[in-house]
Design a protein around this ligand. Structure first.
Ligand SMILES: [Zn+2]
Length: 396
């Protein structure tokens, strides 16, 4: 089988990956939008190679995940996963059209080149080679939507792979940009929108009224104090920067004039937890404090209320032990022994929650993600291709 694999030099293969990447970049699918266009293209590509695929749709059937198996229906296969959506470019200072891939001095520019269509391109470019190889264990592709707005589909995708196939895959590699180093830990993430409602009044009446701005400020204080408490007495995990859970208020909006008691105020905050901390409990404590404030303020103003809404289901953290078999397995494909943890959210924790041994490992650097003039180095793309080629050899 080795001879078949040798017919596909990495250099040539990474040119194909570049061609595919250029196609994928041209689909400006942002998180939250329908991904029909890019999903159609990927499905056509799979169909050209007679690979049957499965979809996981959102409720309105405007977006879909794609997954498929290449190779035999036997246990212990490997899932390669990536998201098809990207973050917006609005207000960013781009030197080139973000949705047209441009090559310059060894770098490929375009929104999604590194986060994370580059990895998807590596997978697709190696498909012919996977089919020609005599795989003893299967490789699965798993492509999601709406990752960038809160990992909306990762959990359903991971579950569908476990449910659809008779055999049970074992490892999941989430190809987020990590410069091909293995990442075993990821913080959990939740976002809460909190709306405070009261009644408007003349500002001179403040003593007998309930200002939603004063009350929102108390909630913000509570959040900052809670983080201080976690820093002092909470769990520590030095794999992460910072090594504690964080609570952050990113939006505070309320009031219309200096002389009107604000009847509405909204805050949006996010929580990023260490695997060892209990996010649900922290959110519960916050909601208890809100209920306390409502009970106090209603004595003055019966209309006073605080409601909280999670923007998306809590994104579970990733906590794969450094000595897990998947770590050694992936390290052998990357020739790197470095193990890292990250503070951003990804779908890796969701795959782990569904029973996969999961790690993050993909081409490109997170430093270039979400920025203007996002790029992937051609060398990184080539490393991504080599990684998939080594996987094919290892499973053959
Ligand atoms: Zn990403």
């Amino acid at each position: 089988m080795q001879s078949t694999i040798n017919h596909y030099p990495t250099k040539k293969k990474s040119l194909l990956a570049q061609e595919i990447l250029a196609k994928l970049i041209a689909f400006p699918v942002l998180g939250g939008q329908s991904n029909d266009s890019i999903a159609d293209w990927i499905e056509n590509y799979l169909t050209e190679y007679d690979i049957p695929f499965h979809n996981v749709y959102n409720a309105e059937r405007t977006k879909r995940c794609i997954h498929c198996r290449i190779g035999p229906a036997v246990d212990n296969g490997v899932v390669l996963s990536g998201h098809t959506d990207v973050v917006p470019v609005e207000g960013q200072d781009w030197q080139t059209d973000p949705f047209k891939m441009v090559e310059k001095a060894g770098k490929l520019y375009g929104r999604g080149t590194c986060d994370m269509k580059g990895f998807i391109a590596c997978c697709l470019a190696c498909l012919p080679e996977m089919m020609a190889a005599d795989l003893k264990k299967p490789i699965y592709f798993a492509f999601s939507y709406d990752e960038e707005i809160g990992c909306w589909s990762g959990h359903a995708l991971a579950k569908s792979i476990m449910d659809t196939y008779e055999e049970t895959p074992r490892f999941a590699i989430i190809g987020e940009p990590s410069e091909m180093e293995v990442i075993t830990g990821q913080k959990g993430m939740g976002t809460l929108e909190v709306v405070l409602a009261s009644r408007g009044a003349h500002s001179s009446k403040i003593y007998t009224e309930a200002s939603t701005i004063y009350e929102a400020a108390k909630l913000v204080n509570w959040l900052e104090n809670k983080m201080e408490e976690l820093i002092l007495n909470g769990e520590k995990d030095t794999r992460f920067t910072p090594p504690h859970s964080t609570l952050h208020v990113g939006k505070f909006h309320g009031g219309i004039a200096h002389n009107i008691v604000a009847d509405k105020c909204t805050i949006v905050w996010d929580l990023r937890t260490l695997p060892k901390d209990n996010a649900i409990a922290i959110m519960g404590e916050f909601k208890d404090y809100c209920a306390e404030r409502v009970a106090i303020m209603r004595k003055k103003v019966p209309e006073f209320n605080i409601t909280s809404k999670e923007w998306f289901p809590f994104v579970v953290p990733l906590d794969t032990p450094d000595d897990a078999p998947v770590v050694k397995f992936v390290q052998q494909l990357t020739d790197s022994t470095i193990i890292n943890a990250v503070s951003y959210a990804s779908e890796a924790g969701q795959f782990a929650a569904e029973g996969f041994e999961a790690v993050i490992c993909g081409p490109g650097s997170i430093e270039q993600a979400h920025r203007a003039n996002e790029f992937i180095e051609m060398e990184q793309l080539e490393k991504g291709v080599l990684f998939v080629q080594k996987l094919i050899t290892k499973l053959s």
